[in-house]
Design a protein around this ligand. Structure first.
Ligand code: UD1
Length: 422
């Protein structure tokens, strides 16, 4: 297994290109199952999660061809040969459940393994199930698999989510594109990845209105055609690299970044004393003189502060002046990075969904363990300004969501290398 070694090395300067969004790509890929015609995605990120989704689609009979070093995914679901999403693939990645809605809509039946427990909380699928049942699906749980069928086809309905779940909104939205009649999704998630999915589905001929708001209306059509669609910028990768100069000092321009993707995050950076400017190429981030100020952060569905940036923000606040309180409202067990940051000299107390961070002058490098995707990158960020060497192990978590992390950070002057574990 590989390790990443980071040595605090002063200010960072230069540019970091931001990739296409993992979470958008993971919902755009299953959209291929809705149509007999080819769907091509450009600006795809090069990540192990994308390979897992590729394997899953291929196991269903879809063709997926990777071009331009992985940035273009040409997919065709002309001949589907299976309707079973196997546990062996689904257990690797929860987003595998996004094949359920499309398969059900296209084939009238689908069998999808439940993803199982996940390190950051229970993450059940009840909202996906209720939404699809409202469209007329019959869903049963047998031997760890959801067996779904819609013998008479799906029918439009009003679905009100009790929580604005991203995955449930995506699954039901995709299914509704081929349902008979009108579907209205209330309390739908408003994340940019949903807007990107709706844009792609519209390019395929779907009739969708209201994406980006909490009420989405879908007028079902008989069939969808092919399309070529560029994946939206990854706002989480963007926010992560914006924190690099915020933590280490200096000035970095994140190419492809847009304020609209990260407004609530930028508000918190501003409070902390970090300057962000929108340029014609992206977002420029600069650490003003002096120490970062403590800020309080509460995670919330979009447009609120993203849970996927909470760990990285905590890395910044470890060396802030004063005490910050971080409240995690989306996942119940998402502070696993805190004890690792404490190994680096941070002062953090965790009580339930609240972490209190008392800022210290400087962190010290230490051997630490990546526990999940965002936690792993928070340790690398913390290492950028720590004294001495931080050795992050279990970096396979990182490969799920960050392409070329070493190259991107080296490009702005960080001292970072990836080595085989001794
Ligand atoms: C997506 C993102 C993930 C992000 C999360 C919240 C992808 C591939 N992943 O995950 O990176 O952290 O949104 O922004 O896009 N819930 C239920 N029942 C359900 C579904 C969800 O109770 O049927 C709960 C979950 O346990 C969790 C909360 O709702 O506490 C948020 O989950 P959801 O918005 O569905 O996240 P995902 O789509 O899994």
């Amino acid at each position: 297994m590989d390790q990443i070694i980071v040595t605090g090395n002063g200010e960072l300067r230069g540019e970091i290109p931001i990739a296409g969004a993992k979470n958008a790509c993971l919902t755009l890929m299953p959209a291929t199952l809705l149509s007999e015609e080819p769907l091509t995605l450009t600006n795809a990120p090069r990540l192990s999660d994308i390979k897992t989704m590729t394997q899953l689609l291929q196991s269903l009979g879809a063709e997926v061809t990777t071009m331009q070093d992985g940035q273009v995914l040409a997919m065709s679901s002309h001949d589907l040969t299976s309707h079973v999403a196997d546990y062996d693939i689904v257990r690797k990645m929860r987003a595998s459940n996004l094949v359920l809605g499309p398969m059900l809509a296209r084939l009238g039946h689908a069998v999808v393994s439940l993803p199982g427990g996940c390190a950051i909380g229970a993450r059940p699928m009840d909202l996906h199930i209720h939404g699809l049942e409202a469209l007329g699906a019959e869903i049963e749980l047998k031997d760890g698999y959801l067996h779904a069928k819609a013998p008479g086809g799906l029918k439009g309905a009003t679905v009100e989510f009790s929580f604005a779940s991203v995955g449930a909104t995506e699954n039901v939205l995709m299914a509704a594109t081929l349902a008979k009649g009108t579907t209205v999704l209330k309390n739908a998630a408003r994340e940019p990845e949903i807007v990107d999915l709706a844009a792609c589905l519209r390019e395929m001929g779907a009739q969708i209105d209201g994406d980006g708001t909490s009420t989405i209306t879908i007028q079902g059509v008989d069939r969808l055609s092919g399309a070529t669609h560029p994946v939206v910028t990854d706002r989480i990768e963007l926010g992560t690299y914006m924190l690099a100069p915020a933590i280490a000092g200096g000035e970095v321009e994140c190419l492809g970044g847009k304020l609209d993707l990260v407004r609530s995050f930028v508000e918190k950076l501003d409070e902390a004393g970090i300057e962000v400017t929108e340029t014609d190429r992206g977002l420029k981030v600069c650490r003003k003189n002096g120490r970062v100020k403590a800020v309080n952060v509460t995670t919330a569905p979009f447009p609120g502060f993203p849970t996927d940036l909470q760990a990285q923000m905590m890395a910044l606040l470890c060396t802030a002046q004063g005490t910050s309180v971080l409240e995690e409202k989306i996942f119940e067990n998402r502070f696993m990075h805190a004890p690792e940051l404490v190994r680096m000299g941070a002062r953090i107390e965790v009580h339930g969904g609240t972490a209190t961070v008392h800022g210290v002058e400087r962190l010290k490098g230490a051997p630490v363990m990546a526990t999940d995707l965002r936690a792993s990158v928070s340790l690398i960020l913390a290492g950028l300004a720590a004294e001495g060497e931080t050795v992050v192990s279990r970096v396979y978590h990182l490969d799920r969501g960050y392409e070329h992390v070493v190259r991107k950070l080296e490009g702005v002057g960080a001292k970072i290398e990836r080595v085989r574990e001794k």
